[in-house]
Design a protein around this ligand. Structure first.
Ligand SMILES: [Zn+2]
Length: 314
C-alpha cells in the first residue's frame, strides 16, 4: 500500500475529512458534525476518533500514515497556534500539537482560506504554478497567498486577508464591514456586496434593470442579468471588477504571482467574471504584471481538505 495522509477542513458546522495518497489522489472522504459547545473542546477529539476508526476499519498500518493537515476558520500561525476562532469557540492554543498528540502522527495547521489556496495550487486551478494568489468570492471575500509552493501566513496568521484591504471609495461604501472597518474590499467583492449594490441601484436610481422586477435579489440574479445584457446589472459587476482589479493590481505589485485563481460562489459566473476583472486589472497594473494569468478555481468546497492534506507533505 502507498503512503497516505489526511486532509481535515474544520468548518463552523461540519468537519470535512479526506484521505489522500501523497501524490494527491483522493482515496476517501466523509464529514462529521462540528460540536462547538463548551468552547469547542470536543472538536479535535471527534476528529481524532473518526480518523482512528477509519484507520482501524481499513486495517491501515500506522507506518503508512504520513500525517494530517488541518484548515481552521481563523488566524493560524505557521507553528499551528490558532489565535481565536470565534466560529469554533476556540481561544489561543496550538491545535496542530493537540491533534498530533491525539493521533500519534505529525499534524500541521493553517487558516482555511490559505489552506484552500494551497489546495488549488496543488490539484486545482493553479496546478503547475508555485506562486499563486487565490481570491474566494463567497458570502465574504477570502484570500490566500502561496509563494514557492508554501503558504505565506504572516506573523499573526493574517496574511492573505485580501477582503479587508481598505480600497472602496466613499461613494461606493455601504454600511460597515464585519471587521468593524469601512471601505473593505469584501463590502463590494462578495455575494453580499453584489446584493447590496443591486438594492442601491433599484432603490436609489431610475436605471432601467430587470432586477427591479424581482422580489428578492440574489448575487446569482445580478450575475445572470449582467451576462444576459442587462446594463444596470452589468454596472454592478463593473463596480466589483473595478475594486477587485485595483486590489489585485496592488497585490501583484507586492508578490508578483504567476497566476490569480478566483473561487467561491460568485466565481460560478465563470469566464465572464474573469474577463471583467482582467479588463479592470490590466490598465492599472504595473506593465510587467499586466499579463499575470487568471483562472477559475476547480475544487469547489473540497479545496480546503485537499490543501490541508498538502500542508503536512510540505
Ligand atoms: Zn473588513
Amino acid at each position: 500500500m502507498s503512503k497516505i495522509c489526511f486532509g481535515i477542513d474544520i468548518g463552523g458546522t461540519t468537519v470535512k475529512i479526506g484521505v489522500f495518497t501523497t501524490e494527491g489522489n483522493i482515496v476517501d472522504k466523509w464529514e462529521i458534525t462540528t460540536r462547538t459547545e463548551d468552547g469547542g473542546k470536543y472538536i479535535l477529539e471527534d476528529v481524532a476518533a473518526s480518523v482512528k476508526k477509519y484507520i482501524a476499519d481499513k486495517g491501515i498500518d500506522m507506518a503508512d500514515v504520513v500525517g494530517a493537515g488541518m484548515g481552521v476558520p481563523g488566524p493560524v500561525k505557521s507553528d499551528g497556534t490558532v489565535l481565536m476562532c470565534v466560529n469554533l469557540g476556540w481561544g489561543v492554543f496550538n491545535c496542530a500539537e493537540e491533534l498530533s498528540k491525539l493521533l500519534g502522527v505529525p499534524v500541521k495547521a493553517g487558516n482555511d482560506a490559505n489552506v484552500a489556496a494551497l489546495g488549488e495550487q496543488w490539484q486545482g486551478g493553479g496546478k503547475g504554478h508555485e506562486d499563486l494568489v487565490m481570491v474566494t468570492l463567497g458570502t465574504g471575500c477570502g484570500g490566500g497567498i502561496i509563494l514557492g509552493g508554501e503558504i505565506v501566513a504572516g506573523v499573526c496568521g493574517a496574511a492573505g486577508e485580501i477582503g479587508h484591504i481598505h480600497i472602496v471609495d466613499p461613494e461606493d461604501t455601504i454600511g460597515v464591514c464585519g471587521c468593524g472597518n469601512t471601505g473593505c474590499l469584501e463590502q463590494i467583492a462578495s455575494a453580499t456586496g453584489l446584493v447590496k449594490l443591486a438594492k442601491r441601484l433599484v432603490e436609489e436610481t431610475d436605471t432601467p434593470t430587470t432586477l427591479r422586477d424581482l422580489e428578492e435579489i440574489t448575487a446569482k440574479d445580478v450575475l445572470d442579468a449582467a451576462k444576459a445584457g442587462d446594463a444596470g446589472a452589468e454596472s454592478i459587476v463593473d463596480i466589483l471588477a473595478k475594486y477587485l482589479g485595483k486590489a489585485l493590481g496592488a497585490i501583484c505589485a507586492v508578490v508578483n504571482p504567476e497566476i490569480i485563481v478566483i473561487g467561491g460562489g460568485v466565481s460560478k459566473a465563470g469566464q465572464y467574471l474573469i474577463d471583467k476583472i482582467q479588463e479592470a486589472f490590466k490598465p492599472i497594473a504595473f506593465h510587467a504584471l499586466r499579463d499575470t494569468e487568471f483562472a477559475l478555481a476547480t475544487l469547489g468546497n473540497d479545496a480546503g481538505m485537499v490543501g490541508a492534506a498538502k500542508l503536512v507533505l510540505l
